[in-house]
Ligand binder design. Structure first.
Ligand code: FES
Ligand SMILES: [Fe+2]
Length: 373
């Protein structure tokens, strides 16, 4: 939709599938671990929407991803032992290659054939300090878009990595970041900010919104200042913040007025954990342009980390409360009035996939309140 196009008459009404029952499309690359947690000759138990995935790093440094169930008796292969480039199950020591084929059954009687199939393997890519897998049709992996983050690793930027489990459907995360009308939630950290929607565009796979952030006073965390133009040695001017859901990822860029490059940019992916997709794992890469003063970024790093963690904790509190209400009511009873949020809900709905039947019809979960960590 163009910036100043009229809002469609029915834009504030939704009569279609409950978005919280829409599964994320599997034919994309999803991060499932921070690289450093998959040690050389070590394993890691990852998950995507209820599918358990055993990651392991061979002696060569290469990472492999296998279905996390031994073909023999279904014991998790992530409990196994890495030998060179193979993974040996901890129970009866069957060994698997990175492609999931069985390479050895130590006690196989002479003349007996190995079972014809091993376990499923997943395409794997490692980038930006994260391990990505392709959980969908492996034949589509090579052609699927892979996130391009030129600022990552550039000498001009430093990256802060986030990896947190959030107990909500991934759609709440997209709505939270795109709807900047929630700055009241962050008043204790950001001070008073007046976000003004400059305009937005949308297409079949994306929604992009541009906001003007005008500081309106009030106390704010020092980390917030360090990310602003003022704190980076410029004048106090409004920043233009661009937020984009490009299915299934999301980005945010803050460009100070008059600047060519963003002061900071964020890339995120929200990876469903359980089959019902009521919990996701948020992976975030916050890429911050270094200020001209050498070493200042390193001094400021703990403050920026503290600031972002405080903001994230407030957002997590809100989205987990939203999921809790959905669990209690068994359906989405939200009254959404912001057209661009209706647009992103539509993008997430039309690009998503039906949940597995048993997950889609499951009763609301027994709940014990939002997670505190
Ligand atoms: S369960 Fe894995 S080898 Fe027996
Ligand atoms: Fe927020």
């Amino acid at each position: 939709m163009a910036d100043d196009a009229p809002v469609p008459v029915d834009a504030c009404r939704e009569t279609t599938t409950d978005l919280r029952r829409v599964g994320i499309a599997p034919d994309f690359w999803y991060p499932v671990a921070v690289s450093s947690t998959v040690r050389r000759e070590g394993t890691f138990a990852a998950v995507f929407a209820g599918e358990r995935i055993a990651l392991y790093r061979g002696r060569s440094g290469k990472v492999y991803a296998l279905e996390d169930r031994c073909a023999h008796r279904q014991v998790p292969l992530s409990m196994g032992v890495v030998e060179e480039e193979t993974l040996r199950c901890c129970y009866h020591a069957w060994a698997y290659r990175g492609n999931g084929h069985i390479s050895q059954i130590p006690y196989l009687p002479k003349g007996c054939e190995r079972p014809p199939r091993g376990v499923r393997s997943y395409p794997v890519r490692e980038a930006y300090g994260l391990v990505f897998v392709f959980p969908g049709n492996p034949e589509m992996a090579a052609a699927a878009p892979f996130p391009e983050l030129p600022q990552f690793g550039a000498a001009t930027h430093r990256t802060m990595t986030f990896s947190r489990t959030v107990r909500c459907h991934y759609s709440f995360m997209h709505e939270n970041l795109l709807d900047m009308n929630h700055q009241f939630l962050h008043r204790s950290v950001l001070g008073r900010i007046q976000p003004e929607l400059l305009g937005y565009e949308s297409g079949p796979r994306f929604v992009e919104a541009r906001y003007l952030f005008v500081p309106a006073g009030g106390r704010k965390d020092r980390g917030a200042g360090l990310l602003s133009a003022e704190g980076r040695g410029g004048r106090q001017t409004p920043d233009v913040v661009t937020i984009r859901t490009e299915y299934p990822y999301q980005t945010l860029q803050d460009v100070p007025t008059g600047a060519e490059l963003p002061a900071f940019s964020l890339w995120t992916a929200y990876v469903p954990q359980d089959a019902e997709q009521r919990t996701c794992h948020a992976y975030g890469l916050l890429m911050i342009a270094k200020p001209p003063v050498p070493g200042l970024i390193h001094l400021a790093w703990p403050l920026i980390r503290r600031f972002t963690e405080r903001v994230f904790a407030q957002d997590r509190m809100a989205v987990e409360a939203e999921q809790l209400a959905w669990d209690e009511q068994g359906e989405d009873r939200n009254h959404e009035v912001f057209p661009l949020i209706l647009e992103v809900r539509n993008v997430l709905r039309t690009n998503g996939t039906p949940l597995r039947p048993e997950a889609a019809t499951a009763e609301p979960l027994a709940v014990d309140g939002p997670a505190t960590k």
